[in-house]
Design a protein around this ligand. Structure first.
Ligand code: ZN
Length: 59
């Protein structure tokens, strides 16, 4: 639902994670093309437990 902002591991610029542009690789991993460097980067989805609804703070 909410738009997330991640830092691109390739070019270190901020990228917006839009649901319609996400490619789900597996249960916990998404793939996304960086709008800056056009590299396809992967992000882990952090969802521990079934009550992981709020944003994670720190570790
Ligand atoms: Zn990038």
């Amino acid at each position: 639902m909410a738009t997330q902002v991640r830092t691109c591991p390739k070019c270190s610029r901020l990228m917006w994670v839009k649901e319609e542009e996400i490619e789900q690789q597996d249960e916990n991993t998404i793939r996304l093309k960086c709008p800056h460097c056009h590299e396809t980067v992967r992000f882990k989805l952090v969802s521990e437990g079934s009550n992981a609804t709020g944003p994670k703070m720190g570790h």
